[in-house]
Design a protein around this ligand. Structure first.
Ligand SMILES: Cc1ncc(C[n+]2csc(CCOP(=O)(O)OP(=O)(O)O)c2C)c(N)n1
Length: 564
């Protein structure tokens, strides 16, 4: 061979960067460490890949998650061994359970140092196995290309999920044949390699729908994930059927349209949306796990009350919680499109004004509270002013606590696709700030807003530095009430107000943010709120609005039920 060896081989670290590029990866979120030095050097030398330095690995994973949700591409995060692996884990498990493809790479101690009480040594294989769709620990540099190909294939086909690769220090330095570095770039986006449903089951489902007196769709995150919004609307119009969603399903349908019911369940549903669920005789779950929150612990719908058609890409989902009449296993878009074809020419005529009346009832109650001039400011007022000041393309990320149920219930998503999301798999506090940073990188031209409680703020505040360093035009909103309010409300409702260890001290979050260099406001009066939000949202820099709010346990009509 005439070529010098250097041209035919790459280092392991270089091969990792080239494999990421070959799958279309353009950015990585992460934090440096001793075991990552070769990888960082390869990233520096090979250029072209944007690296967002974060202030802890948990937030790197949340950023990758937010980026993936909005870009439709695999989100990639990285961190070092030991603490870097344990810290990256919460973000990875949230992504996995939310069906979001996130690849986490933790560098590791050298293969040659294993079993010698080496600082930061940890069994990453066992740690990550139950939390990811697929994971591997590399032992040889030569395996890097095939391990990365497998990771991308696993993350983006079937039910999307997270993957983890442990990359030892010496594996980063060993040789990899350049000719081995290739990839199918379509595996860098999701869903890839879509699968269609069994035609005989499609016919059965169509038969059931032709006879339905009151059909209803309940859509989970799967509709938005597979870009099935148009097929969903076509089918819903053909059947004159209302469309309800889960929190992750917001964006499946334009919430202003006649078909839309809004969010159902115990975290954003209301008695009015529940009534629509209870009226159905045939329910089509689409890309939805029919879990405890959406179904209010499997009471709405009640098992046996309605016939069930369940569409999901994961065969383990239909039948897990309800007796299913027709399971349709496949990509949501392909399943809905097949149903549209099977129902060609069918048109159910029905009056949907009763759905509209239910929505009106729900929003009349909301608006009465939203217009209140009482202090502390009611959460309804926050949603109302946000809705007024954000344009329809804005991205809103909600943390658990007050933000998620109130925004899910009353923030009207205008248009389809991902414009609103929350971390619904584990609901860990402190997700929204970092996820909004990832989301911003995916859609830099639109306004991104993160809404969090003060409990959440305490868990993510360090990443304000990242937002300032990178001059990100994101608006952070803190619902300030000096309490873990959601839990206190649970103590009120279920434990006769025996409040125990849920209150914490008052913090001026605006001052904290100012210290990071974030332009900030603290708002006490409802009348000030609109003006302040308008200004904060209009600025092309990080801004924070600390809103002193009514805690949930003092709300007259809490939006949600406490069901575990
Ligand atoms: C990491 C984590 N720990 C604990 C919880 C349990 N939890 C759910 S809501 C909640 C209270 C949220 O408090 P805060 O962020 O202040 O919002 P609020 O409910 O007061 O609006 C807690 C502690 C959680 N979801 N995540």
């Amino acid at each position: 061979m005439n070529k010098p060896v250097e041209l035919a081989t790459l280092t392991g670290a270089e091969a990792v960067v080239e494999m990421l590029k070959a799958h279309g990866v353009e950015m990585i979120f992460g934090l440096c460490g001793d075991t990552s030095l070769p990888l960082y050097d390869a990233l520096a030398r090979l250029g072209s890949m944007k690296h967002v330095l974060t202030r802890d690995e948990r937030h790197a994973a949340y950023m990758a998650d937010g980026y993936a949700r909005l870009s439709g591409k695999v989100g990639v995060c990285e961190g070092p061994s030991g603490g870097g692996a344990t810290y990256i884990l919460p973000g990875l498990v949230e992504a996995n359970e939310s069906s979001i493809p996130v690849l986490a790479i933790n560098t590791d101690v050298s293969v040659s140092s294993r079993g010698k009480f080496t600082l930061t040594e940890l069994d990453q294989r066992t740690l990550m196995k139950p939390l990811t769709k697929w994971n591997a620990v590399l032992d040889r540099s030569a395996d890097i290309p095939k391990v990365f190909r497998k990771a991308f294939e696993s993350m983006t086909t079937g039910r999307p999920g997270a993957a983890h690769i442990a990359l030892p220090f010496d594996v980063q330095n060993g040789p990899v044949e350049r000719s081995e570095v290739w990839a199918d770039p379509t595996l860098g986006s999701f869903p890839s390699r879509r699968v269609a449903p069994d035609p005989s089951l499609v016919e059965l489902a169509a038969k059931l729908l032709r006879k339905a007196k009151q059909p209803l769709f309940i859509c989970g995150g799967g509709v938005v994930l597979s870009n099935a919004e148009e097929d969903l609307l076509n089918l819903a119009e053909k059947l004159c059927a209302p469309v309800a969603t889960t929190i992750s399903g917001k964006g499946s349908i334009d919430e202003r349209c006649a078909q839309s019911v809004g969010v159902v369940g115990s975290n954003g549903g209301t008695p009015e949306t529940r009534a629509v669920v209870d009226a159905a005789d045939v329910i089509v779950f689409v890309g939805c796990r029919a879990g405890s929150v959406t179904t209010e612990r499997w009471r709405h719908p009640a098992a046996g009350k309605a016939r069930i058609i369940h569409i999901d890409v994961d065969p383990a989902v239909p039948g897990a919680n309800y007796p299913v009449d027709v399971p349709l296993i496949g990509d949501a878009r392909l399943c809905l499109s097949a149903l549209n074809d099977a129902l060609e020419g069918h048109r159910r005529e029905a009056d949907l004004s009763w759905v509209d009346a239910k929505k009106r009832e729900k929003f009349d109650k909301f608006e009465a509270l939203a217009r209140s001039e009482d202090t502390p400011i009611k959460p309804e007022r926050v949603v109302f002013e946000l809705q007024k000041n954000l344009d329809r393309d804005a991205i809103v990320v909600a943390d658990p606590g007050t933000p998620c149920p109130y925004l899910s219930a009353y923030y009207v998503v205008k248009g389809t696709g991902r414009r609103y999301f929350s971390n619904r798999a584990h609901g860990a506090l402190g997700y929204a700030l970092a996820a909004s940073i990832g989301a911003h990188f995916a859609r830099p031209k639109v306004k991104t807003v993160a809404v969090m409680g003060d409990g959440s703020f305490g868990m993510c505040v360090g990443e304000l530095e990242t937002a300032v360093r990178l001059r990100l035009p994101i608006t952070f909103i803190v619902i300030s009430n000096a309490v873990y309010g959601w839990i206190k409300a649970g103590q009120k409702q279920g434990y006769e107000r025996r409040y125990f260890s849920v209150d914490f001290g008052v913090t001026d979050h605006a001052k904290v943010a100012e210290a990071f260099g974030v332009k900030s406001w603290r708002v006490f009066e409802p009348a000030q709120l609109g003006k302040v939000l308008k200004e904060a949202i209009s600025l092309a820099q990080p801004t924070l609005v600390d809103i002193v709010c009514q805690p949930l346990h003092e709300a007259k009509a809490p939006v949600s039920e406490w069901v575990a």
